[in-house]
Design a protein around this ligand. Structure first.
Ligand code: OGA
Ligand code: MN
Length: 285
């Protein structure tokens, strides 16, 4: 088998073939894949079939597997015997009718994973196990390109400013700033971030999680955030992944956002997720 990396005919993402993820990789393979990941932001491996432990072992070759932001006593997965690092992205329920996982049904707006935390995890690895017959696609948006597409006068207005990232575990709704942020995970982050490994600058806002821009009146903040969000999800920076069982996607949360399209609630969807620890975000120029 020859390891091959084929960038998609899209502004983000590449497919990796000639590799079985359930086997330990040698050092040069790990380095090649890691560099391809930095270059392409999203890697897709098809035709894999990993157990939970194999998925964790694969992830561990690229960093430290992270612990989820959700408190353990609120994790459906922990109630089902998982240790706090695994998320089951699924609408499936147990025999008592309780959800066994998270991010259950329907569309989800664009977001960075864990941008509302002081040290957002750098990578997410999502492995498809069971899929609906239609929909439930995941869209990925290249935020280096989004940054380049921001008009110069808006860049100048925003240089060095922060954005409030807040998440109330909804899928299609921002937090309401008229209500208190007590009990809602939130963090002020740079609007423009410098990727610690590529040195490139990326836009760091999203429709789901970005709530306000530092130092602007509410109305101006809403208007500019609206403009930034349109740029962040413009179709010219997006790749839409149609999942097959056995796919594993590994994406970089420092320079991309992702979203999910709707799918029939009557059909099962199950993907297994883990992440890699990151570091505090660095302000970009
Ligand atoms: C995630 C996520 C989207 C999907 O796992 O972080 O946003 O397609 N998943 O289920
Ligand atoms: Mn996500």
């Amino acid at each position: 088998m020859t390891l091959t990396i084929t960038p998609f005919d899209s502004p983000i993402g590449a497919e990796v073939t000639g590799i079985e993820l359930r086997h330990a990789l040698d050092k040069s393979m790990v380095e090649t894949i890691y560099q391809a990941w930095l270059d392409n932001i999203v890697l897709i491996f098809r035709g894999q079939s990993l157990s939970k432990d194999e998925q964790i072992a694969f992830a561990n070759q690229f960093g430290n597997v992270g612990i989820r932001a959700t408190p353990k006593d609120a994790q459906n997965e922990v109630a089902n015997g998982y240790d706090g690092s695994i998320m089951l992205v699924t609408n499936q329920r147990d025999e008592r009718g309780n959800y066994i996982g998270s991010l259950q049904d329907g569309e989800m707006w664009f977001h960075h994973d864990m941008s509302y935390r002081p040290e957002p995890h750098k990578a997410t690895l999502l492995h498809a196990i069971e899929l609906p017959s239609t929909g439930g696609n995941t869209k990925f948006a290249n935020q280096y390109l989004a940054y380049e597409n921001i008009p110069q006068e808006i860049k100048e207005l925003l240089f060095g400013r922060k954005v409030l990232q807040a998440y109330n575990f909804t899928m299609l709704e921002k937090v309401d700033l008229k209500e208190s942020l007590d009990g809602i995970q939130h963090q002020w982050q740079p609007i423009f971030v410098r990727h610690p490994e590529t040195g490139k600058t990326a836009l760091y806002v999203s429709r789901l999680i970005s709530a306000a821009i530092e130092g602007l009146e509410r109305q101006e903040s809403d208007e500019i955030l609206g403009q930034l969000i349109d740029i962040a999800e413009d179709p010219s920076v997006v790749y839409e992944h149609i999942w097959q069982p056995g796919d594993l996607a590994m994406w970089d949360n420092r320079c991309s956002t992702h979203a999910r399209t709707d799918f029939p609630a009557t059909e099962a969807r199950l993907l297994r997720r883990c992440t890699l620890e990151g570091a505090p975000m660095i302000s970009g120029s």
